[in-house]
Design a protein around this ligand. Structure first.
Ligand code: CA
Ligand code: CA
Ligand code: CA
Length: 365
């Protein structure tokens, strides 16, 4: 009897020991209570998947709703007035002529005054249907029309603007055994003759608009998604990371305006298993990182070259403001706004798509 139970216990211990090596020791991690996120906004099904966020010069902020869970709702961009404190529909996303749907994700205003956003068609069609779109904005700040500016993308994800160019990530190249994704930079001037068409991914290294390629090494989640969030620091260096393995990179800006290839900053899946949206916090010179897998918000301290944790919570529906697959974060009004994607993928803490579609707000140090 003793022998039998010993034999029974031993494999469990062995499995557990192996398990703790591969899986982040989240039980040991605790967020600082002063950063406990609170509910900022709960949407109706009109925004059933909130994702990318940005702000205009007046400090009004915008949230993209790709609405991938309940596609009977169109893709939408919502606006929140900094002074009015009121929500309104800013614009409905343009539908793709073939899929008849629009899925806005990352978005940002350019110095040209227009709003650029990712149209992620990958979840309905993996064959280069995704695009980068531009909402032309009038002098009063209202949307006039939506144009396609870049086509032939796989999964347009993060969008950032700097100077005379728009930057975006493409999360899947779908090349055999590579698990690659990339960062693209397209100057506004390239759109004068109509939309820019990217090269096929087999030729991405020759694509004049592709400035960097990253590769995902799948871990316990077996997720092969590569380049996801991206942001700039105050000097123009780019920070990005892979969704599938949490590998975090920088692309250094050269004096001539070009970028060095991605340089690895942090690659320890046990401490950072997933990089979704990232946002720059100028006050501390940090890059704040949304970790979709663990319902966590971390930061990369650029000066100290160190990773830190602000908050982490267990599976939650988000109704009380706790994180429910945090996908994007944005410093706004000296606080952090976090959107929760809440669309289950294998291996994430988030166990179900629930009825609470939420933004959270967190204090910042
Ligand atoms: Ca993302
Ligand atoms: Ca939820
Ligand atoms: Ca959920």
């Amino acid at each position: 009897m003793m022998n039998k139970s010993f034999l029974f216990v031993l494999p469990l211990v062995a499995i557990f020991a192996g398990h703790t090596l591969a899986v982040p020791p989240t039980q040991a991690l605790k967020g600082d209570e002063q950063f406990r996120p609170k509910l900022f906004k709960q949407f109706t099904d009109l925004v059933n998947v909130p994702d990318g966020m940005t702000q205009d010069k007046e400090g009004n902020f915008y949230v993209a709703g790709p609405n991938l869970v309940d596609m009977s709702y169109p893709g939408i961009i919502m606006k929140y007035g900094k002074k009015s404190k009121k929500w309104e529909i800013f614009v409905a996303a343009a539908n793709h002529p073939e899929t008849k749907k629009g899925f806005p994700m990352g978005l940002e205003f350019g110095d040209d005054g227009n709003l650029y956003y990712a149209d992620n068609q990958y979840f309905v069609d993996k064959n280069y249907k995704s695009r980068l779109m531009r909402v032309v904005i009038d002098k009063q700040g209202n949307p006039v029309k939506i144009e396609t500016v870049v086509e032939h993308v796989k999964l347009t994800n993060a969008v950032r603007c700097r100077g005379d160019a728009v930057f975006f990530t493409d999360t899947f190249f779908d090349l055999k055994d590579q698990n690659a994704g990339g960062i693209y930079r397209v100057p506004f001037s390239a759109f004068e003759k109509g939309p820019v068409k990217l090269l096929n991914k087999e030729e991405a290294e020759k694509d004049p608009y592709c400035i960097g390629i990253t590769h995902c090494i799948p871990h316990h989640r077996k997720d092969i998604a590569a380049t996801d969030g991206m942001c700039f620091d105050k000097t123009g260096n780019i920070y990005t990371g892979n969704f599938g393995d949490g590998h975090f990179y920088t692309l250094k800006l050269h004096p001539d305006g070009s970028y060095a290839k991605p340089l690895s900053l942090f690659q320890k899946p046990a401490e950072l298993p997933c990089v979704d949206g990232v946002n720059y916090y100028a006050k501390k010179n940090w890059v704040i990182i949304a970790d979709s897998e663990r319902n966590a918000v971390l930061y990369w301290d650029i000066d100290a070259a160190k990773l830190g944790l602000l908050w982490i919570n267990d599976d939650s529906d988000g109704a009380d403001g706790l994180l429910d697959q945090p996908c994007e974060c944005m410093v706004w009004n000296d606080q952090l706004i976090i959107s929760s994607f809440d669309m289950t993928f294998p291996g994430l803490k988030n166990s179900k798509n629930d009825a609470f579609h939420t933004l959270s707000v967190m204090k910042l140090p």
